[in-house]
Design a protein. Structure first.
Length: 255
């Protein structure tokens, strides 16, 4: 592909005459229209400045400032567009995982996600990520998808309430509960839920999930641990609804 370059140099003398130099050739535009336009511009600038000290150099500086501002604005606009595209891509991926792990109960699960968004201070993406992450943990433990779904939304709501009550990010609470579900109980102590292998085993037997300790599998352990957390969180349950208009909880709506 051929590329042609045209080099121009524009000169303006103190009388307002314009000369355009093109590759050594000089074309003088001395027409009245050009001079009147330039003179009119100078007159308007002089009125704004209140004197005649504005020079071509200062006009150039003004133009440079305007150009710099325009470039900065364009850069900010571009960054905003890139950020928006990234967020849209992340949401698309979250929706894809959600649809996969909730295959067969997507409609019901979307209802849960909408409830988390509307009443528990979560963004759409956070609601999708939270539910799909919990479901993807519980089903491989041996829980049936429907039961795992109900437990997933229960954990998500409890996490929002505990986060509100203890001034912690909801995502942090979700992670701590997930740790407890797989046998790491220490993170839950800061929320007032003290669990141990012995209490989890006893709760699993009380719930009828097992008859002997030898039957305690990952699914029974997770369900028992969750029930113990719920029982220890009575003061926190409903806190998001009670304090949802508070400053800390309102901030969660802007992530």
């Amino acid at each position: 592909m051929n590329s042609n370059t045209l080099n121009l140099r524009i000169e303006v003398d103190d009388k307002g005459s314009v000369k355009i130099r093109d590759l050594g050739r000089t074309v003088e535009d001395t027409g009245k229209k050009g001079e009147k336009s330039f003179a009119g511009m100078r007159e308007q600038v002089n009125r704004l400045k209140g004197d005649t000290d504005l020079t071509i150099g200062s006009l150039t500086g003004m133009a440079a400032i305007g150009f710099g501002t325009a470039v900065a604005g364009l850069a900010a606009l571009t960054a905003g567009m890139v950020s928006s595209l990234g967020a849209a891509s992340d949401l698309h991926e979250a929706q894809g995982k959600f649809d996969t792990v909730f295959d067969g109960q997507r409609g019901k699960a979307m209802g849960w996600a909408n409830e988390l968004r509307d009443a528990y201070g979560m963004s759409r993406r956070e609601a999708l990520d939270t539910l799909s992450g919990l479901q993807d943990l519980l089903v491989p433990m041996g829980m049936m998808p429907a039961a795992a779904g109900e437990m997933s939304v229960g954990i998500a709501k409890l996490s929002a309430d505990l986060g509100s009550f203890n001034n912690q990010p909801t995502a942090q609470v979700v992670g701590d509960i997930q740790s407890a579900l797989i046998g790491s109980y220490e993170p839950m102590m800061k929320y007032g839920a003290v669990l141990s292998a012995a209490t989890v085993e006893a709760k699993a037997m009380e719930m009828g999930l097992i008859k002997t300790k030898d039957e305690l599998d990952a699914s029974a352990k997770a369900q028992a641990a969750y029930q113990l957390i719920v029982e220890a969180s009575s003061a926190a349950i409903g806190d998001m609804a009670r304090t949802g208009e508070g400053y800390a909880n309102q901030l969660k709506n802007f992530h």
